[in-house]
Design a protein around this ligand. Structure first.
Ligand code: NAD
Length: 472
């Protein structure tokens, strides 16, 4: 398989060629590949194929479906290295992190191959037994973003197929290539029409969400787009899972061991050049240790290498696309215009979409850089002295995705964590999620669940059978 060319869509078991979608390497700003732009007729064909395949796939014993998920995991794992090289070129993240993402995607396929939906039986001897089983929904419309293009796609494919649905996945137009190659790798694993992967420009997402042939939409992306997806889904009441934006707070209590924590806090904010929904985007630090932590983070900002992810030793890559690059630059310009104090790391190479690591020293709570999800390496760091007040500040957000609490006293940190209005909270840690544990946003970070058995059940519906039995 050639990972450098021939990016084709997987529709009804066929690889379908096409063009029209230029893919840019964000480290250079230059187009390096072309992907197909799926039109409405091909989308119709994919949905019809999914509906046909669903009739058999949905009725296939779950153990057989799980075996094919394991096979898919093995085949992707065997191509992890060329996939990771391609990943770095289209997404920008340095190679170790790219390999890490492929490994996590594989792990999710295997985790869902081991999960079984529950069966509930009620029999009280009154002449009937009620059996509730979970059944698949039909054809799933899956739409993923550019920041974790492989993980966030496989996190939908794995539970959707394990549950017995067919799926049509559309990766972001900025990062379609790895998922198209994964479609090619998996071409003969699932029956034709069960797994379909299509790529396209801005018009394709709305065409998909409006398509009457889908039973469910699973969407990961921004809150603004999530609202449009929900509006579109309302027309025929498609089931919805929305994993949207975040503006996560980290609260650093005064007894935190900064020797152990500083580096973790740094990468919790800046890994993947801060383009992570669950990155720390507001850092609240107790006044007793504020200057100490600021000094440590500023030193890290100076030493971590920013550059082309394909070069050895690069730790942080570019912003993934020009649109986002312009947005983050505008946010920094706005902070400068406001007269805020910025601590900046070294600039990246010329030509690519590089933004230096930027720490904003104690900006006012109402500044844009605190209130908006930056989704780029601009971290506002704020002092606090009173724990109740800082919890209120952390919760004063339309988002409710995740957060973290840091302290030498874990019980004290747990007390604070329980008061955060988010779906996930880490103590003395950040970023890591587990396949067996539900991940769900609150407020405008979305609704529905990914991961865990709850994530599997998002792709299923309960069916309760009332069966007559002899009275006891
Ligand atoms: P985006 O909303 O711009 O795009 C996401 C996907 O939706 C892309 O595939 C895009 O082509 C498609 N799309 C765009 N308009 C559409 C429409 N009207 N209808 C249907 N589909 C449409 O998001 P992005 O910029 O790619 O990703 C960044 C955002 O995603 C950030 O806000 C980030 O926090 C969020 N995110 C959330 C999670 C999570 O799990 N909660 C994970 C990663 C990223």
């Amino acid at each position: 398989m050639d990972f450098d060319r021939d990016y084709r869509m997987l529709v009804d078991g066929d690889l379908v060629a096409g063009s029209g979608l230029d893919v840019i390497n964000p480290a250079t700003g230059a187009v390096f590949a072309s992907a197909p732009d799926c039109d409405e007729a091909l989308l119709d064909r994919a949905v019809a194929a999914g509906q046909r395949a669903f009739r058999t796939w949905g009725a296939t014993p779950i153990a057989e479906r799980q075996a094919l998920l394991r096979r898919a995991a093995d085949l992707i794992e065997a191509q992890a290295e060329p996939l990771a090289r391609l990943f770095t070129r289209e997404q920008g993240r340095p190679n170790p992190g790219a390999l890490g993402e492929i490994a996590i995607g594989v792990q999710w396929l295997r985790a869902y191959a081991d999960m079984n939906p529950p069966v509930h039986i009620v029999d009280q001897g009154d002449g009937q037994r009620v059996e509730t089983r979970y059944v698949p929904l039909g054809v799933v419309c899956a739409i993923s973003p550019w920041n974790f293009p492989v993980n966030l796609s496989l996190w939908k494919i794995a539970p959707a197929l394990a549950a017995g649905n067919a799926i049509i996945l559309k990766p972001s137009p900025f990062t379609p290539l790895c998922m198209l190659k994964i479609g090619e790798i998996l071409k003969d694993v699932f029956p034709a029409g069960v797994l379909n992967i299509i790529s396209g420009g801005d018009a394709l997402g709305p065409l998909m969400t409006a398509h009457p042939g889908f039973a469910k939409i699973s969407f990961t992306g921004s809150t603004a787009t999530g609202k449009r997806v929900m509006e579109s889904a309302a027309k025929d009441l498609k089931r919805l899972t929305l994993e949207l934006g975040g503006n996560d707070a980290a609260i650093i209590l005064p007894d935190t061991d900064l020797d152990r924590a500083a580096q973790k806090i740094f990468f919790g904010a800046f890994f993947n050049s801060a383009q992570i929904c669950i990155a720390t985007k507001r850092l609240y630090v107790h006044e007793d240790i504020y200057d100490d932590l600021l000094g440590r983070l500023a030193t890290l900002a100076q030493t971590v290498k920013l550059g082309d992810g394909s070069e050895q030793g690069t730790v942080l890559g570019p912003i993934q696309n020009r649109r986002q690059y312009e947005r983050v630059k505008a946010l920094i310009d706005d902070a400068k215009a406001e007269g805020l104090t910025l601590i900046e790391g070294p600039a990246g190479p010329e030509g690519g979409y590089f933004i230096p690591i930027t720490i904003v020293d104690n900006p006012p709570e109402d500044s844009r850089v605190v209130q908006e999800e930056a989704f780029g390496p601009v971290l506002p760091m704020m002092r606090f002295s009173d724990i109740d007040e800082v919890i209120d500040r952390a919760n004063a957000s339309d988002y409710g995705l995740a957060g973290s609490v840091w302290s030498g006293d874990v019980d004290r940190a747990i007390e604070v964590a329980r008061r955060l209005e988010t779906g996930t909270v880490w103590i003395n840690n950040n970023l890591g999620l587990r396949a067996d544990t539900p991940f769900a946003g609150r407020k405008q970070s979305g609704f529905g669940v990914e991961n865990g058995i709850e994530g599997l059940l998002e792709y299923m519906a309960p069916q309760s059978l009332y069966v007559p039995v002899p009275k006891r």
